[in-house]
Design a protein around this ligand. Structure first.
Ligand SMILES: Nc1nc2c(ncn2[C@@H]2O[C@H](COP(=O)(O)OP(=O)(O)OP(=O)(O)O)[C@@H](O)[C@H]2O)c(=O)[nH]1
Length: 637
């Protein structure tokens, strides 16, 4: 079994800062005396999905002061069952109909459904009636209705920015772990994200219906890695429904309510946004202090611009207007913002003409992979510009700057959090905006790590071949090991993950984070066509690998270039030194075809003239490089 996790000082194991204490601290315990209550509860369906539309404006949020609100996230490694668990909780509370025919309800994007992964965090508001019960069964109180905001987050490392932003609106997190697979890379990473945000963490061991489920082993891992009390773990099967009745009561009883002050001036955190053709930018917000009402005039702390609140409501799970959002509530606001530059994720929105201390916002994104994005057809530049504008409104973690290339024309240099993120971005551009793009070789620095038992040898070899430096080697249990490496990003950016998966039969998982820059023996490898450098194909490579890579690149490029009437040279060069060369020979026109017999001098003259002409063509001739060449070369370099 394999396991791979990130090389990070801040995430190194063991890192056990009184976790048990944190998990038990409930800031409002004394106020509500919750600790005296045991388990007992009933799920009352309060608002069905159908109703949510009919009940627009009829949901009275004033019934929900902060002590009746819980904001929590579901975090986990990829495929451990977050979205399925979210579905079940939405059904349990009547927020969506049971058997709504659309599994992973909160995975709304086409790309999420096609790939079966969560890419965007999604919030849904649920209502749940809960009965607190005392130590003896007679002491049961009347059910109280709670407003629960559930945020389903992505599991893949490339979208961890989504997770960290979502956690800013939460006071607790359900840490879902697959009962058979146990703790994996993103379990660790997400645990620490939640832990560092001071959230109350409830471990949920899911998929206990599987024949290979081993909840006791997972409990032991949770204890040894995170110091989480095994008795606090909930055992569930989001598939069969087993154990789910304990989840929301645990959320209500163990997690604290949001801490804000309803009497303070309004402060809300802009969590996310997306563009709607009719309404303009729709912002997802968490009201930290005060109250927001439809018609209010609000301002952005970042830009100073003011807006009128045109619509406000909750995601129940679709947009459901409520006319108001109170302290601690999470919802949406439409305020006539027209562009992404106005809706800045992490911004503080407040009542106009009121001075407030801006909220801390979010850590700036660190882009790991940069790649050029160009329209396939140069005349589509403006359309691509528009599409990227709209898409970045919904994906604040992409950086975009305009750039131009002699080979590809006008385009954009985009920064991504990883290759999957880059891939998903391209797919969304195509699916949601019909844009066809060419992307250039990804460039930039990375860092990561992993582990495994049986497969340790090949993994170590792979890392050494990729110029990795081992930093740590720890056993998680008898079958799993966690290895930390420092690797040049360039070495893992293209096919490292695939190779890792293949040499470990898919068992290894890995995570990474950036490390500081390091001095290295690097050169710029240029590709030249007829002596002209193709800037979009230039690469920074390690000196030791430059020659081999140069040879691979020119050989590969040769396959994509059609023969012309003139000879084409393809070269790889470091500065003025050519390290590899290939020639695409010219098609030869038979200029002597019409010379029947004739004297030798005339034939020679014709051949000389042809040679001259070809030289000229070679000088002025331009060579078409098909777009597949860019994709194929990306795989080589
Ligand atoms: N046997 C079993 N399968 C489950 C259970 N919960 C989820 N699954 C399956 O596990 C797979 C992954 O579930 P998801 O809910 O998409 O996992 P996720 O954690 O949201 O995945 P990402 O969004 O990609 O991070 C799906 O095929 C589910 O049907 C469970 O309790 N038991």
């Amino acid at each position: 079994m394999g396991y791979l996790r990130r090389a990070s000082n801040s995430f190194s194991i063991p890192k056990l800062r009184s976790l048990s204490a944190i998990n038990r601290v409930n800031p409002v315990e004394s106020r509500l005396s919750w600790t005296q209550f045991g388990w007992n509860h009933h799920a009352f369906c309060s608002h069905s999905r159908q109703n949510s539309k009919d009940n627009a404006n009829s949901i009275d949020l004033s019934q929900f002061p902060t002590e009746k609100i819980r904001n929590f996230s579901i975090i986990a490694h990829v495929d451990h069952g977050k979205s399925t668990l979210a579905d079940r909780l939405l059904e349990l509370t009547g927020t969506i109909k049971r058997g709504h025919g659309q599994p992973q309800y909160l995975d709304k994007l086409q790309v999420e459904r096609e790939r079966g992964i969560t890419v965007k965090a999604q919030t849904a508001t649920m209502f749940y009636d809960h009965k607190f019960q005392g130590a003896n069964d007679i002491d049961v109180q009347e059910p109280r209705r709670f407003l629960l905001n559930l945020i389903d987050t992505p599991g893949h490392v490339d979208f961890s920015y989504e997770v960290s932003r979502s956690l800013a609106a939460c006071q607790g997190a359900l840490l879902v772990v697959d009962a058979a697979q146990g703790v994996q890379a993103q379990t660790v990473a997400n645990f620490y994200l939640a832990f560092e945000s001071n959230l109350t963490i409830i471990p949920v061991i899911n998929k206990i219906d599987q024949p290979t489920a081993d909840p006791d082993r997972v409990k032991a891992q949770l204890k040894s890695m995170f110091d989480l009390d095994p008795n606090d773990a909930l055992l569930t099967s989001a598939k069969t429904g087993q154990g789910l009745e304990h989840v929301l009561p645990a959320v209500i009883e163990r997690m604290p309510p949001p801490p804000g002050n309803c009497n303070s001036p309004l402060r809300m955190l802009l969590l996310d946004s997306y563009y709607d053709e009719y309404k303009g930018v729709i912002c997802h917000v968490a009201v930290v202090d005060g109250t927001l009402r439809k018609g209010d005039k609000i301002s952005s702390a970042a830009t100073g611009q003011s807006y009128e609140v045109l619509d406000v409501g909750i995601m129940h799970p679709e947009l459901t207007p409520t006319g108001v959002l109170l302290t601690g509530q999470v919802g949406y606001v439409v305020s006539g913002m027209r562009s992404t530059k106005e809706a800045r994720v992490g911004d503080t929105l407040h009542q106009s003409r009121t001075i407030v201390e801006p909220l801390p916002g979010f850590k700036p994104v660190k882009h790991m992979v940069f790649s050029g994005v160009y329209p396939v057809d140069g005349s589509d530049f403006e359309a691509l510009n528009h599409a990227i504008e709209r898409l970045t409104c919904n994906d604040a973690s992409v950086s975009v700057t305009k750039e131009s290339s002699t080979a590809l024309g006008l385009g954009f240099r985009c920064g991504f959090l990883g290759l999957l993120h880059m891939d998903v971005f391209h797919q969304r551009l195509e699916q949601e905006y019909g844009a066809h793009v060419i992307s250039t070789v990804p460039t930039v620095p990375y860092i990561f790590e992993y582990s495994d038992g049986r497969y340790v040898g090949p993994v170590i070899t792979l890392c050494s071949e990729r110029r990795g430096e081992q930093l740590e080697y720890t056993f998680i249990d008898s079958q799993r090991v966690c290895m930390k490496y420092r690797l040049p990003l360039r070495e893992i950016v293209v096919d490292f993950y695939n190779e890792l998966k293949s040499i470990t039969s898919g068992y290894a998982s890995f995570d990474y984070e950036d490390s500081e820059y390091q001095a290295s023996d690097l050169v710029k490898l240029d590709l030249l066509l007829n002596g002209q450098p193709i800037d979009a194909m230039a690469a920074i490579v390690h000196t030791l690998k430059a020659q081999r890579l140069g040879r691979d690149l020119v050989e590969k490029l040769k396959k994509f270039i059609d023969r012309q009437m003139f000879e084409i040279t393809i070269q790889a060069a470091i500065g003025s030194k050519v390290v590899a060369r290939e020639t695409v020979s010219a098609m030869r026109k038979n200029v002597l075809a019409k010379c029947y017999g004739g004297d030798v001098t005339r034939k020679r003259k014709l051949l000389e003239k042809q040679k001259e002409g070809k030289k000229r063509m070679k000088r002025v001739g331009s060579v078409d490089i098909p777009q597949e060449a860019f994709h194929e070369l990306l795989k080589v370099s």
